[in-house]
Design a protein around this ligand. Structure first.
Ligand SMILES: *[C@@H]1O[C@H](CO)[C@@H](O)[C@H](O)[C@H]1NC(C)=O
Ligand SMILES: *[C@@H]1O[C@H](CO)[C@@H](O)[C@H](O)[C@H]1NC(C)=O
Ligand SMILES: *[C@@H]1O[C@H](CO)[C@@H](O)[C@H](O)[C@H]1NC(C)=O
Ligand SMILES: [Zn+2]
Length: 976
């Protein structure tokens, strides 16, 4: 009854005082006591957006036998408990779940939640669509999923819902780029709880659990306060008060079971221990864990008592002061403490749970899903741009595009793109991604019909081009129009491959000019894929150029017309021992005996480079962990190969063994070597699975140093067997402990040579010996290590081990700087290539493309990172200088013409997420110890330059943009 009254009262107070003044943010933080140890008790629930159960199962509480998880009840019950007492607090992290819940709440309930938010009692922390992984994600995907989450919060609640701190408590290691993204979004700090055990032990000992992370080598002032939680993110041992656990409640009756004394003692012992490892007289103790607070009443009732009895002891001189709090309030206290802090400059990879558990397997786990997410991101960028350029605005179109935005947010979750979810959940992720792409494809079609003046165009996407299969061309490609969409700012020229029959075709551009083309055979290993429709056994290849939209036309012709240059299968000429395959830029030598790559010559340098495939057989690897037991076993004897040579493309088709094949490819005019690998089904040897790698051995004297990218942006220097700030125990896993996440590239070099691999998806990569680069391509495992997902990672398709196909791109260069620069350009083209749309073309169809905004005037190194509708009459535009400080300097340019071509009326600059005017950004500044004495007053960081703000009537000079190396600037353009 008392509860009911409390609820009624709270509801009445909300309804009667709807305009009560909002005091949220730091002003709503609980008071602390200077002379006490202040215990910030932080109620939270960690709600995975899919893991052991699907997103929906976790939300609705279905299949609780698999995992007790029911987010809808957690939110219902937490809100009910919060309104009973203004001191209570709760943090909400995953906006995917919150938005789903919010949608079905009554207006009364919504008012209650608004009040709680406006009073800082229900606080959004993190606030992105999901708590994203930090190893396998690309920065564009992360920025997008924060944008969509924070925008929902801003639109729903306004400023009080804006998160101030990141809460990456469960991600399996931490990237520097993620810290940089938080800083650029205006966040004050972040907390997490997984760190290499040796690193953590060192930090516990010398009080460096909390630090100032210098998150960019190129940009100055990109610092983020980052703190490691003492005991993971779960409750104080013995103090879990929820339906999910049976720790002793606080019993304060008069009887013999009264345990107040002992429970308070226990808690304070723990608090004392925690406190001894942190610098200030404030500590944070999270109360919660995976899917906790389904019985929020149980949680709060016991915490209420704990708080009351602990604070009662203050009258007897206890030094402990405890209260409900939030991570932001804890951070606020740290800021106010005027201390200075240790620094951090690299990142927190790889994460090791113990000396036998390096979580480096997940950098590659589920390689096809990792690729699918990349494609989803590509398509999201394409559809966002197309929808804007064609002014699509119907409710259905907005819904379909939002759905793809949301699903891509889901897929960045730390059990999605990581591949650490159960198989059934993975299948559901595939379903969601596929549905979202198919829905958004309607938008792309609608937009292209408008932009190309072809109301009947089909503009179909082919999602199985990876196996050279496309429903649109399965019976041939006579009278087919291929429409290319280029999401990049600048005109780009790329090779296009289209599955066709073994016929002759003529390719023409929009002006009717004939374009050179060639027909190549699809490797027989691909044709032999059991479930691949086998109509098309060839691919038509031609070189295409597109600014934004370009159409190419394919027509079948008779053999005799000779429009196509023949592709010749190379016979065993060359020398006895070698086969040379070369074009005007690159020369490859293949060893005839072994069938392996032997050397490469390009960019004026040549190098012996041998590529191998190999397997680490392992009994104990799992979805998260790579546990190496035996030496690497190389997987070739003598590789059979065929060479196909045309004037556009040259290919070496290698048959490595029954389950590995590869095409090594050179395109005329393209300064790189493409390796298209196909791996699987990985054979099982009894209970033993395997990690399949490829490595490239060169004579480059790299001295243990190599470089891997951080989420597709800056490169981080790695040194074999070394870590920043601590010594890693590599005794049990010297190989596994040397792998790092590679999102876009890995490189090594000496004085004269530089060797680089670019990837088409995230993978584990390393350099285990001088001059050598090694990538894990695929994994199949039979071991369930009991701690996590509860299933072995044994992906199957059609009843057999899953086959994966993908690409690595190799570049050999002489010069570090020029090399690195050209790799950046390549990386953008490879990660956001033309998207191909297929239509049937009438006899003499020559579609003309409408004039659309042109971005070519932007300097070469400026990337059009984002171009999309923000609200009905607002455009979100992000421009990035993608060169780093070693590659280039600052660039200045003017965006007046872009503003005009988008029908701009006003433009303003925002934080990276697009939701806060940049001029309003005011972040806590924490001082690093190395910069001198502790601060004597509170310090803040604000924007260091004048944010762009202009309107149509202003001089063009007001639209000048300066981009420092690696800088991203975000603008909202108000349109007519
Ligand atoms: C497809 O055709 C090729 C060549 O004709 C053949 O080798 C292959 O086995 C076929 N694939 C299937 C699944 O039938
Ligand atoms: C903690 O110890 C590590 C390893 O000895 C050292 O690199 C680091 O500077 C120390 N940090 C502090 C805050 O003393
Ligand atoms: C956040 O929401 C407020 C209120 O809805 C709006 O005025 C503001 O423009 C939003 N922020 C941005 C950067 O759009
Ligand atoms: Zn999690």
């Amino acid at each position: 009854m008392a509860d009911l009254y409390a609820i009624l009262l709270a509801v009445l107070s909300v309804l009667l005082l709807p305009h009560s003044q909002a005091i949220c943010g730091y002003e709503s933080c609980p008071e602390t006591k200077e002379d006490k140890i202040n215990i910030n008790l932080v109620p939270h629930s960690h709600n995975d957006v899919g893991w052991l159960k699907t997103v929906d199962q976790s939300y609705y509480g279905y299949k609780n036998a698999i995992h007790h998880a029911a987010v809808q009840y957690i939110l219902d019950n937490v809100v009910t408990e919060l309104i009973k007492d203004p001191k209570r607090r709760f943090i909400q992290v995953e906006t995917a779940f919150f938005a789903k819940w919010w949608k079905v709440q009554s207006e009364t309930m919504r008012q209650v939640v608004r009040k709680l938010v406006n009073e800082g009692r229900f606080e959004f922390t993190g606030g992105a669509w999901s708590m994203n992984d930090e190893a396998s994600v690309n920065y564009q995907e992360v920025i997008d999923q924060f944008t969509v989450g924070l925008k929902f919060l801003n639109e729903t609640f306004g400023a009080c819902a804006r998160p101030r701190v990141g809460w990456q408590i469960d991600t399996f290691g931490h990237s520097r780029e993620q810290a940089a993204i938080f800083a650029h979004m205006g966040f004050d700090g972040q907390f997490f709880s997984r760190m290499d055990h040796n690193d953590k032990d060192t930090r516990l000992e010398n009080l460096s659990m909390e630090m100032v992370w210098e998150a960019s080598e190129s940009l100055s002032g990109v610092e983020l306060f980052s703190g490691l939680l003492y005991n993971f993110y779960s409750d104080t041992p013995g103090f879990c008060f929820d339906v999910l656990c049976d720790d002793e409640p606080i019993i304060d009756g008069k009887g013999p079971s009264n345990n107040v004394e002992s429970r308070v003692d226990e808690f304070l012992d723990y608090a004392e221990e925690v406190s001894s490892h942190f610098i200030t007289n404030h500590i944070m103790i999270p109360m919660g864990g995976d899917f906790q607070y389904e019985d929020a009443r149980m949680n709060y009732k016991n915490m209420d008592k704990l708080i009351r009895y602990i604070n009662e002891r203050q009258t007897n001189g206890s030094i402990y002061n405890i209260f409900y709090s939030t991570p932001s309030c804890y951070l606020n206290s740290l800021h106010k403490s005027l201390k200075s802090w240790p620094s951090k400059t690299q990142d927190f990879f790889p994460y090791a749970h113990g000396k036998g558990s390096f979580w480096t397997g997940y950098f590659t786990s589920r390689p096809t899903q990792k690729r699918f997410v990349r494609e989803g991101n590509q398509f999201l960028q394409v559809v966002k741009q197309l929808s804007l350029l064609a002014h699509l605005s119907s409710e259905k179109q907005t819904e379909d595009l939002d759905y793809l935005r949301h699903i891509m947010g889901v897929m960045q979750h730390h059990d999605a793109i990581t591949g650490t979810e159960r198989q059934a959940v993975s299948d559901d992720y595939d379903r969601l991604t596929y549905d979202a792409i198919v829905g958004a494809a309607n938008n792309a079609r609608d937009a292209l019909r408008i932009l190309t003046n072809q109301p009947d165009g089909e503009f179909e996407s082919c999602l199985r081009l990876n196996i050279s299969e496309c429903a649109f061309t399965k019976d041939g490609a006579d009278n087919v129009m291929v429409t290319l969409y280029n999401p990049l700012a600048h005109v780009s020229t790329q090779y296009i491959r289209i599955p066709v029959l073994n016929e002759n075709y003529e390719v023409t551009d929009e002006k009717g000019n004939q374009i050179a083309s060639e027909i190549l055979p699809v490797p027989w290993e691909v044709l032999a894929l059991e479930h691949r429709p086998n109509n098309t056994q060839h691919e038509l290849v031609f070189k295409a150029t597109a600014n934004k939209v370009a159409n190419y036309f394919i027509k079948k012709i008779e053999n005799s017309e000779g429009a196509q240059s023949p592709v010749i299968q190379k016979r065993s000429r060359d020398s006895e021992s070698e086969v040379v395959v070369e074009n005007s830029l690159v020369k490859l030598v293949i060893d005839k005996q072994s069938g392996l790559l032997k050397s490469i010559e390009m960019n004026g340098v040549s190098e012996e480079i041998v590529q191998n495939f190999g397997i680490y057989k392992t009994n104990y690897s799992c979805a998260y962990t790579f546990r190496q037991e035996d030496e690497l076993m190389l997987l070739h004897n003598s590789i059979e190969f065929n060479v196909y040579e045309g004037s556009l493309v040259k290919e070496v088709h290698q048959h490595v063994n029954e389950w590995i094949s590869q095409v090594i490819r050179l395109y005329e005019g393209v300064n790189r070597v493409e390796f298209e690998w196909m791996v699987g089904p990985i054979p099982l040897d009894g209970d033993v699975g395997g990690e399949i790698i490829t490595n490239f051995q060169s004579g480059i004297s790299s001295k243990g140093i190599f470089y891997t990218d951080s989420n597709g942006r800056e490169l981080i220097k790695r040194e074999k067997d070394k870590r920043e700030d601590f010594v890693s125990d590599l005794s049990a896993q010297p190989i596994a402990g040397n792998f790092y996440p590679v999102t876009s590239r890995i490189a090594l070099q000496d004085n004269s040579h530089r060797l680089v691999l670019l990837t088409d998806r995230s993978q584990a990569g390393t350099s285990l010996a001088d001059g050598q680069l090694e990538m894990i391509l695929h994994r199949r495992l039979l071991f369930n290590d009991g701690g996590g997902v509860g299933e072995p990672l044994n992906e199957e398709q059609f009843g057999k081990g899953l086959i994966a196909r993908g690409k690595l791109y190799l570049v050999l260069n002489s010069d570090e700087n020029e090399g690195s620069k050209s790799e950046r350009v390549m990386e953008k083209e490879l990660s956001l290539p033309f998207w191909k749309f297929f239509s049937s073309s009438g006899k003499d169809a020559r579609a003309s493309v409408q004039s659309i905004p042109d971005f070519n005037d932007l300097p070469e190194s400026v990337h059009l990172l984002t171009l999309e509708s923000f609200t009905e009459n607002e455009v979100l535009l992000r421009l990035e200088n993608y060169l780093d400080a070693t590659e280039a300097g600052s660039i200045t340019f003017n965006i007046r013409h872009i503003f005009d071509s988008l029908n701009g009326v006003e433009i303003r600059e925002t934080t990276l997420d697009g939701n806060l005017p940049l001029s309003e950004m005011k972040r806590f500044k924490f001082q690093a110890r190395k910069s001198g004495n502790p601060p004597s007053a509170l310090e803040y960081t604000t924007v260091q330059f004048k944010p762009l703000e202009a309107n149509k009537l202003d001089e063009a000079s007001e639209f000048t943009v300066l981009l420092n190396p690696m800088q991203i600037r975000t603008f909202i353009i108000k349109t007519i």
